[in-house]
Write a protein that binds this ligand. Structure first.
Ligand code: DC
Length: 236
């Protein structure tokens, strides 16, 4: 007999969807919260980034849907030294650092709007979440990938705050041309991710919003951990 969602919740822990725009801190906050709670963590953006990286390597145009979809089979997520699914492997090689480069930021939204790519990645993501006790971060996890997630969180901050954080991460001065480019790129990606016809970035109706403007990293992690613990209580 198949288990009901509540039985699953009591056992191996919850399935938590964590969505939000670029540089909202989903990956770092989600990974830290998962670690505190003994959950697995999965950063689904890496899958889209890896397909984009491979398309650039192999000179596949984002309009060549068939060739793009064929790239999906070569991409896999792997655990890092702390067990988080935050490494991406292509053809046996760890390309995690390459897929986070600025050149990928510029192209990834184009690839992520291809419906066939999204459906090719869907079953992968669902299979990863099946065993529960996981925080899965992305853009459409609560709306499309895991609509029955036990808890849906939507992490957000103003675009200016997100741009400041991204510049700081990359050691870029806050007032220069480079910082202005980061802000413009985030605005462009927000627009593309939110306006694409398939699985646009938006909060699920039943998502809990966590805003991180003005919060320290630890405060945001604590807010996410508190939401997951209350959801665990409710599921008991
Ligand atoms: O979270 P990120 O910046 O690493 O995501 C990279 C891109 O992938 C981003 O432009 C949106 C897309 N993406 C998506 O469409 N759906 C997801 N579940 C995760 C990421």
């Amino acid at each position: 007999m198949s288990e009901t969602p509540n039985e699953r919740s009591r056992g191996p822990g919850l399935i938590v969807a964590l969505d939000g725009p670029g540089s909202s801190g989903k990956s770092s906050v989600g990974a830290a919260a998962a670690q505190i709670l003994g959950y697995r963590f999965c950063d689904t953006g890496l899958l889209y980034r890896a397909v984009t990286w491979l398309a650039l390597q192999r000179a596949v145009e984002s309009t060549d849907t068939e060739a793009l979809v064929a790239l999906v089979a070569a991409v896999e997520l792997a655990p890092d030294e702390e067990g988080r699914l935050a490494r991406v492997i292509v053809g046996g090689v760890d390309v995690t650092a390459d897929v986070r480069a600025g050149s990928i930021d510029e192209r990834v939204s184009e690839v992520a709007r291809v419906a066939e790519i999204r459906s090719a990645l869907l079953s992968r993501q669902r299979a990863l979440a099946r065993d529960g006790r996981i925080v899965m971060a992305g853009r459409d996890i609560g709306t499309v990938v895991l609509p029955d997630a036990d808890l849906k969180l939507f992490l957000d901050a103003s675009v200016e705050e997100r741009a400041r954080r991204r510049a700081a991460e990359r050691g870029i001065a806050p007032d220069g041309v480079e910082a202005a480019r980061i802000l413009a790129d985030l605005r462009r990606r927000d627009r593309m991710d939110s306006s694409r016809p398939v699985a646009p970035l938006r909060a699920a109706e039943d998502a809990v919003h966590v805003r991180s403007d003005g919060n320290s990293f630890d405060e945001t992690v604590a807010a996410v951990v508190a939401q997951i613990r209350s959801a665990e209580e409710r599921a008991r």
